[in-house]
Design a protein around this ligand. Structure first.
Ligand SMILES: *Cc1c(COP(=O)(O)O)cnc(C)c1O
Length: 493
């Protein structure tokens, strides 16, 4: 099988910048000093400021440029190829949104600038909050949380505040076993005990399990929809009804909004509070830890608990920050969140319009189902249901050759692709969770499908080769445990 796509790096052996250092080499060329050198009081300088800084690499401008340019090409990026990392929504982010976010009046505004000087920026925030409420069918939105998990925590804290005020505090949150790992973490941080709900044979919440678990101790159900199997909860109306009838609230993890936009609205199927991941669905390059935005949207019953400040419009047509919110759970992030990410999200919504958002979701769903259909003969499908934005296979067939999901994932790198998410969700042993997103065209999807098929052939013919993959990348198979437990992050002479 020829490798159709792999592009080894121009320099596979780039050293550290320290190793390029040569005494006396400099990266600048300045005329000799023609003014007297001032005698700075030592107290004004850093300690040892007059001493030569030890171990600082001495390199030329070209050394620096080549070194960092080469390093920059080692990262696999969405601008370089498909990145089918399930649940992470690694999709193409239009460059125009980056341009807009960098406009001086947007990027350089001081967060403490007086309201009357930043009416435009406040209008951006208010417009975005209103549009997100429209897309989700919710009543009010806080843009403050800087990540999905942060939105979850804010949401669960609002549930807690509301139930306490009703004089009916409860201790537990129910979370399906297919949930994203951040859900139980958020519930626990907010002070709740977590009870796991098992899924049924179709990968959805078991109504029986919900019926028996939903009692007066349960504050909320925390539901990812579509869930991490990529499956929409068919019984969502029944689910929200059961929870509400017994005095609980429904939290929806809406990180996967790119499966729902323009097609259905959580606010219409009984969700009380949810978060969105704008950095996933609405175009901010992410990975590597941020920045992000995880706005939290609520129904009227929870609106007064939203983090402060919210952005409001006065009857006189002035935008202002409303800090006077006595029931608010408080702030969850400085100022009003990651403004640049919020700007990109508004660009994304306005550029697409209602029809465009609907099309994005529809294509995301089509792409995932295309991959499911094309690979279903080669890989085991633990839950063979129609999927939305992602599809979960398992390595059950390849496990007969004693191949792990890691072997498959590593081999995919030889074909020039970022591996999918593996070993998650936890309810699928040997999971391969693939999310193509709506931004991939058919040609790229077919290349990916060919590579995944080729690997299944290799699993039959040369399983040992797979066990040592990748073979064409700069570094070969890493010791994952050592890399995580004993990373070497500092250079020492
Ligand atoms: C990504 C994701 C999260 C967490 O979002 P962060 O921004 O990484 O904190 C939560 N739930 C689901 C379903 C996700 O896909």
């Amino acid at each position: 099988m020829t490798i159709r796509k792999s592009t080894p790096h121009v320099n596979q052996n780039e050293g550290l910048i320290f190793e390029r250092s040569s005494p006396g080499r400099v990266g600048y060329d300045l005329p000799p000093l023609d003014v007297p050198e001032p005698d700075l009081p030592l107290a004004l300088g850093r300690e040892n400021v007059r001493e030569p800084i030890p171990d600082f690499p001495e390199v030329s401008e070209m050394d620096v440029v080549r070194h960092f340019t080469r390093l920059s090409t080692w990262n696999y990026s969405i601008d370089g190829g498909m990145y089918p990392l399930g649940s992470c929504t690694m999709k193409y982010n239009p460059k125009i949104n980056e341009r807009v976010a960098r406009l001086e009046g947007i990027a350089a505004t001081h967060p403490l600038a007086p309201e009357q000087l930043v009416q435009g920026n406040l209008e951006i925030l208010k417009t975005l909050a209103d549009l997100l409420a429209e897309v989700t069918g919710m009543d009010a939105v806080s843009l403050q949380p800087p990540a999905g998990a942060s939105g979850e925590l804010a949401g669960v804290m609002m549930i807690r505040a509301c139930l306490r005020e009703r004089g009916n505090p409860r201790q537990k949150v129910l979370i399906p076993d297919s949930a994203h790992g951040t859900n139980p973490a958020s519930a626990v941080i907010a002070g709740y005990k977590v009870e796991s709900l098992r899924s049924d044979a179709h990968g959805c919440v078991s109504l029986e399990a919900l019926e028996s678990a939903m009692n007066e101790e349960v504050a909320a159900l925390m539901l990812t929809n579509p869930n991490t199997l990529g499956i929409f909860e068919k019984n969502i109306l029944k689910i929200t009804e059961i929870v509400h009838q017994r005095g609980g609230l429904v939290y929806m993890d809406g990180a996967n909004l790119n499966a729902l936009m323009g097609l259905t609205r959580p606010g219409d199927f009984g969700v009380d509070v949810m978060h969105m991941n704008l950095h996933k669905t609405m175009s901010t390059p992410h990975g590597g830890g941020g920045p992000g935005a995880g706005p939290v949207a609520v129904k009227k019953i929870l609106a007064s608990y939203l983090p402060y400040p919210t952005v409001e419009l006065s009857p006189q047509g002035q935008y202002f920050l409303d800090n006077d919110r006595p029931r608010s759970i408080g702030k969850v992030k400085a100022y009003y969140g990651n403004f640049g990410t919020l700007v990109r999200a508004l660009c994304y919504i306005l550029a697409n319009g209602p029809d465009g958002l609907k099309e994005a979701s529809s294509v995301a769903i089509l792409n995932a189902n295309y991959i499911k259909h094309k690979l279903r003969d080669r890989y085991d499908l633990p839950y063979d249901e129609p999927v939305l934005h992602e599809v979960v296979f398992s390595n059950k067939k390849q496990a007969q050759q004693h191949l792990s999901v890691m072997d498959i994932a590593k081999r995919l790198m030889d074909y020039g692709f970022h591996p999918p998410t593996v070993a998650f969700p936890l309810i699928v042993p040997g999971a391969l969770m693939i999310e193509p997103t709506e931004t991939e065209g058919k040609e790229e999807l077919d290349l990916f499908i060919d590579a995944m098929k080729a690997i299944t052939t290799e699993a039959e013919t040369s399983p040992d080769m797979l066990r040592h993959a990748p073979h064409t990348t700069r570094v070969k198979r890493l010791d994952e445990v050592q890399a995580a437990r004993r990373p070497v992050l500092r250079w020492k002479p």
